[in-house]
Design a protein around this ligand. Structure first.
Ligand SMILES: C[S@@+](CC[C@H](N)C(=O)[O-])C[C@H]1O[C@@H](n2cnc3c(N)ncnc32)[C@H](O)[C@@H]1O
Length: 433
């Protein structure tokens, strides 16, 4: 979107039409011609239709607030989901973070209390930081959470259109101000806390089409990872949102590293520095219907790989736990063992229960089958299986290709897990628990 189109969209009449756009027929062409008949230009009509579509898509990330916001496609793609942004805010603003979460070590099934979670760096939640700089605020999702928690927020974005959109999105929050500026030009020394979410995709100047590519070299992030880390280390309190696939060797010793999943999807690696660093080391936070925190300290003391016989259940750990390298931390609480020293599946004789069960998807194993396609096909047909979900770890297969090769006639549903038991390549026939 260019600045001129944004200016036109920010007109009160246009915004009012956007708020009432659902009065028009859902069909895009009919909607477009109705808007043209009402006197809106072709550019504004296109802008209205795009914003209506982006608002709809944004509800998944930002809930009902999306209906009152503006977006670029890039900005929406990179925006933090609101529950995750609220978690960042709790961490950086010093409140008892993760209220209501359970930890892997606590598998007693008893509810944890808020008092258990008043875990800011010094245990004192009274002196919450009052000012925070969001250095690359995008459309403003993280700032929205910081301001919503009462902090005074100075948000900047190097892209003019994006900064203007953030300003619009934060207009109801008197304690948030947005500036069109580069993070590197901000005097960071005056803030109690800093937040960084460097751009990790190439920019297409705020277009609504989303034609961007992933940036692999952290020095090409904008701002660069080394600048971000140096600035975060020098701050009283700082948080840095990064992609979950970041090489572990790039995580500085000064940081607490937390991988986060939300609703089953690994969404970020977040580094916390200074007062925001609650517990040194690596952790995984699983957010969803239930919440679980797994920390490096939960890993078993012994050096053993924890591999054992396949049991009645196969457990697939949440992606954040896998990315954090904390799979074996679940073995104790879930009475589980690994199927292979290098494969992130666990197995157990008992169905997972208690808080740590939030960290796995469980499957009941009904058979161990050959991974050779003709033999597998025969075995599945003889068991009446006609529709399969295919999972794999430690197996060099392409699920769609295997599904095509199997050519199963219609029948029951099952989940096939291609993996290894020791040196043996096998297929586990399972049903989700
Ligand atoms: C990943 S997005 C931020 C998303 C934001 N946290 C949210 O939840 O909506 C990164 C933003 O940084 C901005 N940016 C890139 N380089 C910058 C720089 N040097 N200074 C300030 N902002 C920058 C981009 O324009 C982009 O909007």
């Amino acid at each position: 979107m260019d600045p001129q189109t944004l200016t036109e969209l920010l007109d009160v009449t246009v915004l009012d039409r956007l708020d009432r756009i659902e009065d028009l027929p859902a069909d895009e062409l009919a909607r477009s011609s109705a808007l043209r008949k009402e006197g809106f230009s072709a550019e504004v009509t296109a802008g209205l239709l795009t914003q209506a579509q982006l608002r709809k898509e944004a509800v998944k990330k930002l809930g009902p607030f999306a209906e009152d916001m503006l977006f670029t496609r890039d900005g929406l793609a990179q925006a933090t989901r609101l529950p995750v942004a609220a978690h960042h805010a709790r961490r950086l603003l010093g409140e008892g973070a993760d209220t209501g979460r359970d930890t892997a070590a606590d598998n007693t099934g008893t509810d944890s209390t808020d008092a258990d979670h008043a875990d800011s760096a010094d245990g004192d939640t009274a002196d919450a930081p009052a000012t925070i700089a969001d250095l690359g605020c995008g459309i403003g999702a993280d700032s929205f959470a910081f301001a919503g928690m009462g902090a005074r927020v100075a948000a900047v974005d190097a892209d003019e259109v994006t900064a203007a959109i953030a300003s619009f999105n934060l207009r109801h929050l008197a304690n948030a101000e947005v500036e069109h500026a580069r993070a590197e030009d901000v005097d960071t020394s005056e803030f109690d806390a800093l937040w960084f979410d460097p751009a990790r995709r190439t920019t297409d100047k705020g277009s609504t089409h989303g034609a961007t590519a992933r940036i692999y070299d952290p020095e090409d992030f904008s701002p660069s990872l080394s600048w971000v880390v140096d600035t975060a280390i020098a701050a009283k309190s700082a948080g840095v949102k990064l992609g979950p696939g970041l090489d572990h060797s790039l995580i500085p010793d000064e940081a607490e590293a937390q991988w986060v999943s939300h609703a089953g999807e690994v969404v970020e690696l977040c580094l916390y520095f200074g007062n925001a660093r609650q517990r040194p080391g690596r952790s995984a936070l699983v957010m969803g219907e239930r919440t679980l925190l797994v920390h490096e300290d939960d890993l078993p003391d012994d050096d053993e790989d924890g591999v054992g016989e396949l049991g009645r259940y196969l457990l697939e750990p949440d992606g954040a736990i896998v990315r954090a390298g904390l799979v074996t931390a679940l073995c104790g609480p879930l009475q589980a063992r690994r199927v292979h020293p290098k494969i992130a599946y666990l197995t157990s004789d008992v169905e997972p229960t208690g808080p740590a069960s939030a960290g796995v998807s469980a499957y009941e194993v009904t058979d161990v089958l050959s991974a050779k396609i003709p033999n597998l096909r025969k075995a599945l047909i003889s068991r009446g299986i006609g529709s399969v979900v295919i999972k794999k770890r430690g197996a060099d297969i392409v699920p769609d290709q295997v599904r095509r090769q199997l050519k199963l006639p219609s029948g029951d549903k099952a989940t096939l897990v291609f993996t290894r038991l020791g040196e043996r390549h096998v297929v586990l026939l399972t049903q989700p628990c």
